[in-house]
Design a protein around this ligand. Structure first.
Ligand SMILES: Cc1ncc(COP(=O)(O)O)c(C=O)c1O
Length: 386
């Protein structure tokens, strides 16, 4: 019998792929499970975005491959970055289209890391930064995100022998899973640090337009000179409620953009033209609906935080992103705690890395009534534990 590639043999399925199957099985047996685990927006994009897709799909010449024909999309990304962040990008050399940002996050490690190279990854974090490094033969080095440091990594604590082998430094603010935000001063320090240690700074920014009480996250590329050392990943998934459409981009450091583009051209055949037309309408069109959409998320956040506070749980209301990061009660592991709470599905913190242990994550992508019900089920479950 053949053996799989060594670098793949130990690979486990993506957590949420398995979880979806387990929940479907529970539901088939009649259990009513409130799903507060994955971060897939439940609201649709507005009509004008859908119309742009229909209009494009109704043309006879929009159904072929688009590889090498994504210039308009790249120009729309550059225009979006100019308008939203006042960041100037050359669409020819500093923008690449992605089939969702996840694709680019994975590819970056493949094009930058040689076996043995270190990738500095936050812990807890979106799994792809570390998994991409491992699959490339690199070594992820965990930078703990601790509550006492406002869930920012302590860059100065990274040992110099690790830094010597490091090539990529990953950041993600607004943050999944902690809901933390970074102030601009931190971004400035991170750019200076990357420059000093000759690292490629990779910032993952898909939650930049999900903010509460008027908070709007910056782009790391707003730091003067950042483009020389930094690449930013972004996405239409959360900003425009288009997660299933798979529309993303990487922008900034031209050499990294070029390598991603080249690698991609061997791996996939770019985005469906009508989806790009919808993306262009989303990025270039009216943005005013986002404020109302964010008020919906904010009401959900408040409902969850209120229910948990009433149950005596210590939680900090997040200012951005789609998650509430909640400490598990003393003595329980996050896996046990979440697994035993069958009527409501949340994500155990340890799924995001060792330093996620001691927490679980609640997503805000369910309507407010169902979320409140879920949070109250969690509260009731907690009371039974005492
Ligand atoms: C931090 C982070 N980065 C990237 C992604 C993936 O986004 P996309 O849908 O653009 O692949 C997610 C999705 O949940 C995320 O939480």
């Amino acid at each position: 019998m053949y053996k799989p590639a060594e670098r793949i043999a130990q690979l486990k399925p993506y957590f949420f792929a398995d979880l979806g199957k387990r929940i479907a099985a529970l539901r088939a047996k009649g259990t009513d499970v409130v799903r507060l685990d994955i971060g897939s927006p439940d609201l649709p994009p507005p009509g004008f975005i859908l119309e742009a897709m229909f209009e494009s799909a109704s043309q006879p010449d929009t159904h072929g491959y688009t590889l090498g024909q994504t210039q308009r999309y790249r120009e729309a990304v550059a225009a979006y970055y100019r308008k939203r962040f006042d960041v100037q990008l050359d669409p020819k050399t500093e923008v690449v289209d992605l089939i969702g940002s996840k694709e680019g996050l994975f590819i970056l490690s493949q094009v930058i890391l040689n076996p043995g190279d270190v990738s500095l990854v936050p812990d807890p974090a979106y799994a792809v930064y570390a998994k991409g490094a491992e699959i490339a033969g690199g070594q992820p080095y965990a930078m703990p995100l601790l509550e006492k440091n406002a869930f920012l990594p302590d860059l100065e604590a990274i040992p110099s022998e690790v830094l010597k082998k490091a090539k990529i430094l990953w950041l993600n603010y607004p943050n999944n899973p902690t809901g933390a935000i970074a102030d601009f001063g931190f971004f400035e320090r991170a750019v200076a640090f990357a420059r000093k240690h000759e690292l490629l700074l990779a910032h993952d920014n898909p939650y930049c337009d999900v903010g509460f009480n008027g908070y709007r996250a910056p782009s790391l590329l707003q730091v003067p000179g950042a483009k020389e050392v930094a690449i930013e990943f972004n996405s239409l998934s959360k900003t425009y409620n288009m997660a299933g459409w798979r529309l993303g981009m990487a922008v900034g450091q031209a050499q990294a953009v070029k390598f991603i583009d080249t690698y991609k051209s061997q791996q996939d055949s770019a985005i469906f033209a009508p989806f790009m037309a919808a993306a262009e309408a989303a990025m270039l069109g009216d943005q005013s609906w986002l404020a109302e959409r964010n008020r919906v998320y904010q009401a959900r956040r408040d409902a969850v935080v209120d229910a948990l506070h009433r149950a005596g749980l210590r939680v900090t209301p997040p200012q951005a992103a789609l998650y509430v990061w909640v400490p598990v009660p003393q003595g329980a592991t996050s896996i046990d705690f979440c697994a035993r709470m069958i009527a409501v599905s949340t994500t155990p913190g340890v799924v995001f890395g060792k330093h996620g242990e001691g927490y679980f994550r609640i997503s805000l992508v369910t309507d407010v009534e169902r979320l409140r019900e879920g949070a109250e089920r969690i509260a009731g479950w907690l009371q039974k534990q005492h």
